[in-house]
Design a protein around this ligand. Structure first.
Ligand code: GL9
Length: 833
């Protein structure tokens, strides 16, 4: 029973909840105290940055106490803990999220209001922690939130990059990359832990020694040492349940330049070595789904894995001395993609060379400790490191990899397929060829207890298409854990209007049990609830329209349909399919300006890898087409196209709640899961997408009739691909031909004919590898369905509400419980104060 259904908030980010006066007063006093005694300023002269710092200092008082309680609980209970190794954690901003999770947001907002300040403006001072590229890094961040919220013992381990993902500027329509120095003025959330510094050996050579009993052993003489300095970022669980730790390693030089063989060449050489050591954590590689193939990148991977494993061993030894028999029972390690694979031979090395275990003992422990998540099937993303780089940087690790490989090929493989060298060469960790390479994914699969994909369809393809031989050998190793996203950040913090609606219909516990939101389905046919739902959406659109105006100067109408595609720029994600459709719509409007179409705003946000030329050309094309359309008076504002620069977590939080249409249009079989698709749907956008990744599971929940599905299926793509000829589609479809040819003119780039031709070339002369032309007609038809439904406000509202209401399974709490129960065997721990 709910009272005033049409009660609405005054703005997209304000709630009408009543706030405890005493708490507001206390918060205010704390902020003012910190402003004076921590920051060293006063309310009259404080800058916004100073206010923000004082707010963080206030929040930190709550956090660090709970962190200690959490760690003591876990140490005392001594149950298994998971160690999530990831080269990327895309945390975004922490202030609003931490306030929300501590249930202090309203208090803080009121307290700041009494100082005459707007909390949202103050929180804009916080730089995003952009220590990741896209979905994979953001997933790790959502998982930390859920691990803390669900009270699982855990540590996240990663790299303390000095520069996160580049800041994107758009100049004359083109992407320009600028460094992102997110902690130039310090980051008030992090704490340095000098007591846990690690020294990491690198380079040099391996010496064979014969022990007195005649057995052979290897002694590694590294050529240099790098210091790893840990920075801890507390991750607050919802309602302060527990506080997890994200530990990020920064590289520094050590004084020990003369390590064994390194012969100091004097002061200058020593300084050169110093800068090399400090380069390791300098910058995040801006690749998305492509392998970097740089020596520095392998060094980064090894550096953070080696630091993390020493840290894990140190903690384990604190309670278990030097007996490793319980190691695997206490420690689970999750490899987030192949980036941290080098942790496998490093653990072997530590156990054998440093702790004196036998090879068999070390392997037994290692193979019960690791699990691996695969995030992509794209062959160019599967990491392979040349053997010669290993010889130079990690000679002892290479030796251990050879040993693992030898025992694998001559053990289980020989037993299953006796004498079959073809299978052996396929399954080998080493790829033979002109340049011999180490296949990191093979090492992961051979070692791990469990290998999982990130959506049902993807896990099936991992098992059947990527690793079919391994699946024959170990069918039970392969499993699925569908991705999820945290409803605390992606509904509660970023869409307060919707959060209030859920508070009213589902009670206040829905952020801990997103299935509760399903009750909204019951109200999906009721006019007053439809009105309230759409009013929330409208308010969010008004707020986004303001942001669009500020960022691009383009004026958009909040009554238009907001059609959004935000994600990394990649051919397989097909932003150019979207663009071709926009061009065809524009063309038809020019032909008949009075036609009755729904006014539409197409919104893009995307960073391209700096070396990915075609991706950058597509960004330029979107901007060029947008410029023309937005200034063409003939179409009477029915169509707008905006490209929002520097897409990142904090911008996603403004865009996603305001979307009507969520574009999820990857070629079927290529998007492992997608995670923004879930965020959009939770916030009441309808998916216009292919049957790919988690889209399939989304429509399974929300109903295919409440979304706009189009295009070839995975099976159809696999069937068509070998005989695909894009010219057939081009020649058969007048409209398609016209828009593809339009790219060749100078219509959108006056005076620069051919400026957009590379896109046409990729679609026709380079074979259209992602079947853009094959899906064009079907895509257009899906858009027509969307337009038709948008005209019927009641039906649209109903579909949007059902989408939002049925996303319970996409809470990252569900994903984390799946991992905890099926992969890590973890038990949730109640934290005592
Ligand atoms: C990705 C997949 O491409 C996505 O479909 C998936 O949702 C995420 C999380 O599992 O992982 N794999 C991948 O390499 N990236 C993904 O987003 N790219 C990066 O973020 C580096």
């Amino acid at each position: 029973p709910v009272k005033a259904a049409a009660k609405t908030s005054t703005s997209a980010t304000q709630t009408t909840a009543t706030v405890d006066k005493a708490q507001v007063k206390a918060f205010k006093e704390q902020v003012e105290k910190h402003l004076r005694t921590t920051i060293g300023t006063s309310p009259v002269k404080a800058s916004k940055l100073a206010w923000w710092q004082a707010v963080v200092a206030t929040v930190n008082e709550d956090i660090f106490g709970r962190l200690t309680d959490t760690q003591q609980t876990h140490a005392k209970n001594d149950t298994r803990a998971v160690h999530y190794l990831s080269a990327e954690f895309l945390m975004g901003r922490l202030t609003i999220n931490n306030l929300t999770n501590l249930e202090k947001f309203d208090v803080a907002r009121e307290a700041l209001k009494e100082f005459g300040l707007d909390i949202n403006e103050i929180c804009e001072e916080e730089p995003d922690m952009a220590l990741g590229n896209g979905g994979l890094g953001r997933l790790a961040a959502c998982f930390m939130d859920s691990l803390a919220t669900c009270n699982y013992p855990c540590v996240g381990y990663g790299i303390h990059y000095e520069n996160g993902l580049f800041r994107q500027e758009i100049r004359a329509g083109k992407q320009v990359e600028r460094p992102d120095s997110w902690r130039e003025y310090g980051c008030p959330w992090e704490a340095c832990r000098p007591e846990s510094v690690q020294n990491i050996p690198l380079g040099g050579y391996v010496e064979k020694q014969t022990a007195p009993d005649g057995s052979q052993c290897s002694v590694w003489h590294p050529s240099s040492m790098i210091k790893g300095v840990p920075w801890d970022i507390p991750v607050v669980g919802y309602r302060g349940s527990s506080v997890a730790i994200l530990r990020l390693w920064e590289s520094r030089s050590t004084e020990q330049f003369n390590w064994d063989v390194f012969n100091a060449g004097g002061y200058v050489d020593a300084q050169a070595e110093k800068s090399l050591a400090e380069t390791i954590s300098k910058v995040l590689y801006p690749n998305d789904s492509t392998e970097a193939g740089k020596e520095l990148r392998l060094t980064q991977q090894y550096f953070f894995c080696a630091c993390s494993l020493r840290d894990i061993l140190r903690r384990y030894k604190r309670s278990h001395h030097n007996d490793f028999s319980e190691f695997a029972a206490k420690i689970a390690i999750q490899l987030n993609d192949t980036h941290p694979t080098i942790a496998i031979p490093e653990l072997m090395r530590l156990l054998i060379d440093e702790e004196g275990l036998s090879y068999d003992q070390a392997w037994d422990i290692t193979s019960k400790t690791f699990n691996y998540t695969n995030h992509t099937l794209l062959p160019e993303a599967l990491e392979k490191w040349p053997v010669y780089i290993f010889e130079k940087l990690l000679p002892r690790h290479l030796e251990l990899i050879y040993e693992i490989n030898f025992r694998f090929l001559n053990g289980p493989v020989e037993a299953k397929w006796p004498g079959n060298n073809e299978i052996k060469s396929r399954l080998s960790i080493i790829e033979e060829g002109e340049v011999r390479k180490v296949r990191m994914a093979n090492l992961c699969v051979i070692t791990s207890e469990h290998v999982n994909g990130v959506a049902k369809i993807h896990s099936k393809l991992v098992k059947e298409n990527l690793f079919p031989d391994y699946a024959q050998l170990w069918p039970n190793k392969f499993c699925n854990v569908t991705n999820g996203v945290t409803p605390r950040r992606w509904i509660l913090s970023c869409n307060r209007g919707l959060a209030e609606l859920y508070n009213d219909v589902a009670g206040k516990d829905w952020p801990l049990d997103l299935d509760k939101c399903e009750v909204l389905k019951k109200y999906a046919d009721k006019k007053e609830y439809q009105d309230r739902f759409m009013k929330i959406k409208h308010d969010n659109k008004v707020a986004l329209a303001k942001t669009i105006k500020e960022l691009t100067g383009v004026e958009v109408d909040p009554n238009a349909m907001f059609d959004v595609q935000v994600k990394r720029l990649h051919e397989y994600k097909r932003q150019h399919l979207n663009l071709l459709y926009i061009m065809s719509l524009y063309k038809s409007l020019l032909e008949d300006p009075d036609q009755d179409i729904v006014p539409q705003v197409f919104i893009f946000g995307a960073k391209a890898a700096p070396a990915y030329t075609l991706a950058k050309d597509i960004i330029f094309a979107i901007n060029a087409v947008g410029e023309k359309i937005n200034n063409d008076l003939r179409i009477k504002g029915k169509l707008k196209v905006v490209f929002l620069p520097n897409y990142r977590v904090s911008l996603a939080e403004k865009i996603i709640p305001a979307a009507d249409i969520s574009e999820q249009i990857s070629t079927a079989g290529y998007e492992a899961s997608g995670t923004s698709n879930m965020k959009f749907s939770m916030n009441g956008a309808l998916t216009l997408g292919t049957m790919d990744g988690a889209n399939i599971e989304i429509v399974e929940q929300a109903g295919i009739e409440n979304n706009f599905i189009f295009g070839l299926s995975v099976d159809e793509v696999l069937e068509l691909k070998p005989r695909y000829n894009p010219w057939d589609y081009y020649n058969a479809d007048h409209d398609l031909k016209a828009v593809v040819d339009w790219l060749d003119s100078d219509f959108f780039t006056p005076g620069q004919p051919g400026a957009l031709s590379s896109i046409k070339t990729s679609l026709l002369n380079n074979g259209d590898p992602f079947l853009v032309l094959a899906d064009f007609a079907s895509y257009k038809e899906a858009h027509q369905r969307a337009q038709k439904l948008f005209k019927d406000k009641a039906k649209w509202a109903r579909a949007a509400m059902i989408n939002s209401a049925t996303m319970g399974i996409f809470s990252s709490d569900r994903s984390i419980r799946d991992y905890a129960e099926n992969i890590w065997t973890l038990r949730s721990q109640i934290v005592k104060k």
